[in-house]
Design a protein around this ligand. Structure first.
Ligand code: 4NP
Length: 154
């Protein structure tokens, strides 16, 4: 079973949506997946997702209100197979942590962007439109990841 961690900055806007949509597409496509999310910052640890993220997911029939923000740790990079970063800044921070783990003799997860072609922009300071755009971008990328993990030899 693939173990996947979705990471953004605060773990209250984008990565909770990513976690929820990966779980959703795994269920639809019949793929066994272990999925969680975390933030590179610890500013919102213990908090539920931003209500705008909860609302956009609810509009699409999904409930992520039970999620709680956690901060990314070095142990996470050993525990998961793949870490999906929402933007290039997240990717950079995760890779720095992965380098520290390697220097200690550990072997970190594969780290890539959630949408391999583009950043998922931070919607925190914008309006509801931004959250709908995050939903659409992350939904398409999540479906593609799960489809890829469905194939043997991956
Ligand atoms: P996220 O969004 O990284 O998608 O969870 C943010 C949430 C909070 C803050 C920034 C981005 N913040 O600065 O508090």
């Amino acid at each position: 079973m693939k173990r996947v961690l979705v990471v953004c900055l605060g773990n209250i806007c984008r990565s909770p949506i990513g976690e929820g949509l990966l779980r959703h597409h795994a269920a639809i496509q019949g793929v066994r997946l272990q999925v969680a999310s975390a933030g590179t910052s610890g500013h919102h640890v213990g908090e539920a997702p931003d209500r705008r993220s909860v609302e956009v997911m609810r509009r699409h029939g999904l409930d992520i209100s039970g999620q709680r923000s956690a901060q990314l740790t070095m142990k996470d990079l050993e525990r998961y197979d793949v870490v999906l970063a929402m933007d290039a800044a997240n990717l950079n921070d995760i890779q720095a942590l992965a380098e520290r783990l390697k220097a200690r003799g550990g072997s970190p997860a594969e780290v890539v962007r959630f949408d391999e072609h583009a950043d998922v922009p931070d919607p925190y300071y914008g309006g509801a439109d931004g959250f709908e755009a995050v939903y659409a971008q992350v939904d398409a990328a999540a479906a593609a990841w799960v489809n890829r993990w469905k194939q043997p030899n991956d």
